[in-house]
Ligand binder design. Structure first.
Ligand code: HEM
Length: 260
């Protein structure tokens, strides 16, 4: 049979996946399902690009890694903008099906956690909050053995001759991205002498800021939809989410700005 638009994209399967649980069903549950599925698809693409950026940095291919990063940032802007769509749903509309969600929550999004881990917001304690033997633990634990995007960046700089200390290059990569005065010195040199590499640093700051922007838009959307109620995932809700705000994932790329 000839390939068609529908068979190539497997639309029969894809479009059969939006199945509201509410009786009726409630009109607004469709939006809730579609938007989460769209987010998961974008997370998939972001992870695909992120791994490629790491591969390209390891090959010293600056230009291709910059173009992949640019794509990631464009997706991230789109993903942040999509919060507007969810904000067309009133608290009452959400309440009409919320109980159907039981204890499920975006909190359990493994692709979101994978993104956090791959950029470098990671640590054994973040894996330990999932029960031993659980699907989440099996998914996340091996990621701690892979270098974060920031590690790839530091190795790339070291290969270009910048003085990144061995203690940082050989660090325990299961831990969050390091902070180091020597790395900040190297970054200052980069900013002073290389407009090309400055672009790479700035795109990473864009990425960090973009993730923080998503967190902010998400928490305000949550606040206007459920106020100070607890989350379906069992957290304190808005109070929990607020604690995740303004958390830099590449701290040295921020703090170096105060040293120029
Ligand atoms: C009406 C819409 C939404 C509400 C009311 C809502 C509510 C919440 C709440 C209360 C939490 C805290 C964990 C919990 O106790 O459940 C949370 C976490 C989270 N949500 Fe949402 N959410 C909504 C939409 C979305 C969408 C569209 C996404 C996209 C995938 C998403 C992704 C996440 C993620 C990744 C977390 C974990 C954040 C972290 O731990 O840093 N949420 N959400």
């Amino acid at each position: 049979m000839a390939l068609t638009y529908s068979s190539y994209l497997k639309l029969d399967g894809l479009l059969a996946q939006q199945q509201p649980l509410s009786d009726g069903p409630e009109h607004d549950e469709m939006l809730f399902i579609v938007i989460h599925q769209v987010y998961e698809l974008w997370f998939k693409q972001l992870l695909h690009e992120l791994k490629e950026v790491q591969r390209l940095l390891a090959k010293d291919d600056l230009h291709s890694s910059l173009s992949r990063l640019k794509r990631m940032l464009t997706i991230l802007k789109t993903v942040v903008g999509q919060v507007d769509i969810l904000e067309t749903m009133t608290p009452l509309q959400f309440n009409s099906f919320r109980t159907r969600l039981e204890s499920s929550s975006g909190f359990q999004s493994m692709q979101f956690r994978e993104m956090e881990f791959r950029v470098g917001h990671r640590g054994p304690e973040l894996v330990a909050r999932y029960p031993e033997g659980s699907e989440e633990r099996r998914y996340l634990e091996p990621l701690l053995k892979e270098p974060s995007l920031y590690d790839s960046f530091l190795h790339f700089l070291a290969a270009r001759g910048y003085a990144i200390p061995e203690s940082v290059l050989k660090r325990d990569i299961s831990l969050p991205n390091p902070e180091s005065a020597e790395v900040r010195m190297a970054l200052m040199k980069v900013y002073h002498e290389s407009p090309e590499l400055t672009q790479l640093c700035e795109r990473l700051v864009d990425l960090d800021e973009g993730i923080q922007e998503w967190r902010y838009r998400h928490v305000k959307m949550v606040e206007r939809t459920i106020g100070m109620k607890k989350g379906t995932g069992g957290s304190a809700g808005v109070d929990y989410l607020k604690r995740t705000l303004f958390r830099a994932v590449f701290p040295d790329l921020w703090s170096v700005r105060g040293e120029f």
